[in-house]
Design a protein around this ligand. Structure first.
Ligand code: HAM
Length: 428
């Protein structure tokens, strides 16, 4: 019986694993140079954790299970709730600000499509304990810093940011009730992903008042708001502060030299329920792929999970869209090369096979990547195997060289020298 892979999952053969490692290594390096420390949590948590604050969309996409003790659990669809739980647990002993990163494997029962799968990796970068928009700027910088480091320019990607605060205050000013807001965010977040008529119908069903629907649609298209917002900005202190944050963010992005990558875009809403301030997404400039990255400020999540009120901001960047984009821009070609073997040890005759095994073991003991042929056979065949393994040098035992001597062939130049075994090891 042949068992197929599960829908929406990927197998990482060595070739795919090389690309995967290239992406993850880059994420980790960027995290460290931006001052973040790595953490991780369990791959499943109590189901309740995601039902409380992630929002309906994520709750509908959970892979859940009941364990033998009757506990309802779910495989993590995101790591932000775990982060909040972990930080809360040790809140008094953790020095602040907390700057942590993680690269969890996540599962969401989404409809698989280009750039969206049921199992994926997501780079998470979060700052906890800084109530200043500078922290939002810093996490955006970390994301751009990484994307730049792999060769993407401001022509390839764009950071679109907005303020959930401005939107919330505006929606409230239209008379939309507080308990409706997370549903409205979820619908607004779908705007670019579903047909316009379906989007409008969803919004109308949710808000029922036609006038309000029109106002919200105008907001999303940046039409209306000038007068309404200007009025609110003058009369509402919270709105004034929210605009000041947007202004400050823009200034910090300039200071950091990444303003060319960034643009304010009021229609960025984010589907997750817990965002409270600046929100952002990174998209490919052509706009034909789903978001590469999404994040924002979530100042209430720790408190909602039973901890103190502490501000937090961060993002998640998935590996799927990123890989498609890197591939499309030709930025993965070199990464597809097989890793190098430092030394391939060939034996001229079967009787030297055990010497070859001995030598390979010694080389590996010296931290060299070394290999030999299981099959042996003629030297020509073994040299071919050495080339297939991308070997830098081939050490040949038993041909032309005397006992205690080794022939070393440089695989790039073809040049061959004979050296004493002792000297060879000294030179390593
Ligand atoms: P999110 O918008 O749900 O945010 O996901 C962030 C990113 O994860 C997306 O932009 C995308 O790159 C990737 N992603 C999401 N779902 C899938 C999927 N089914 N397949 C492939 N990639 C996917 C969050 O998860 C927040 N917890 C991020 C965050 C961290 N906010 C603050 N800190």
């Amino acid at each position: 019986m042949k068992i197929p892979p599960v829908k929406g999952t990927r197998d990482f053969y060595p070739e795919e694993m090389r690309v995967h490692n290239f992406i993850v290594d880059g994420w980790k390096r960027a995290s460290v140079r931006n001052g973040f420390e790595e953490y991780d949590g369990p791959i499943f948590e109590h189901l309740q954790m995601y039902k409380v604050k992630s929002g309906d969309e994520i709750a509908e996409q959970l892979f859940s299970l009941t364990d033998r003790g009757g506990r309802e659990l779910a495989i993590r669809p995101e790591i932000t709730p775990t982060l909040a739980r972990m930080v809360n647990q040790k809140i008094n002993s953790l020095p602040r600000p907390i700057k942590w990163f993680s690269v969890p494997r996540l599962c969401r029962a989404e409809r698989p499509q280009k750039g969206r799968l049921r199992e994926f990796f997501q780079w998470n970068v979060d700052i906890i304990g800084v109530d200043d928009v500078l922290a939002d700027a810093e996490v955006i910088f970390a994301a751009v810093d990484y994307l730049r480091s792999v060769g993407l320019t401001e022509k390839d990607i764009q950071v679109k940011y907005s303020s959930r605060k401005v939107l919330t205050l505006y929606l409230k000013s239209l008379g939309i009730a507080e308990n409706k807001l997370s549903e409205v965010y979820r619908i607004l977040d779908k705007r670019e992903k579903i047909p316009a008529d379906v989007f409008e119908k969803m919004l109308s069903d949710c808000l029922s008042d036609k006038k309000i629907v029109t106002k919200v649609l105008d907001y999303m298209e940046k039409k209306m708001i000038v007068e309404d917002i200007a009025r609110l900005e003058k009369t509402n202190k919270e709105m004034t502060d929210a605009f000041k944050e947007l202004y400050d963010l823009n200034e910090y992005l300039k200071d950091m030299g990444i303003d060319e990558y960034c643009v304010e875009e009021p229609s960025i809403v984010r589907g997750l329920a817990y965002y409270t301030g600046i929100v952002f997404e990174i998209h490919d400039s052509v706009g034909d792929l789903r978001a590469i990255c999404g994040g924002g400020r979530f100042d209430n999540l720790l408190h909602d999970f039973g901890g103190p009120s502490i501000s937090a901001t961060g993002f998640g960047m998935g590996d799927c869209v990123l890989e498609i984009l890197l591939e499309e821009r030709g930025l993965l070609k070199d990464r597809l090369q097989k890793g190098k073997t430092d030394y391939f040890v060939a034996y001229a005759e079967e009787l030297y096979k055990r010497d070859a095994v001995d030598l390979v073991a010694q080389l590996r003991g010296k931290n060299k990547i070394a290999n030999f042929s299981y099959k042996g056979g003629g030297l020509g065949k073994q040299l071919k195997e050495a080339s297939m393994q991308n070997a830098g040098k081939c050490v040949i035992i038993g041909s032309e060289s005397e006992r205690g001597e080794l022939a070393i062939k440089d695989m790039a130049t073809g040049e061959q020298v004979t050296v004493k075994e002792e000297e060879f090891f000294k030179s390593l």
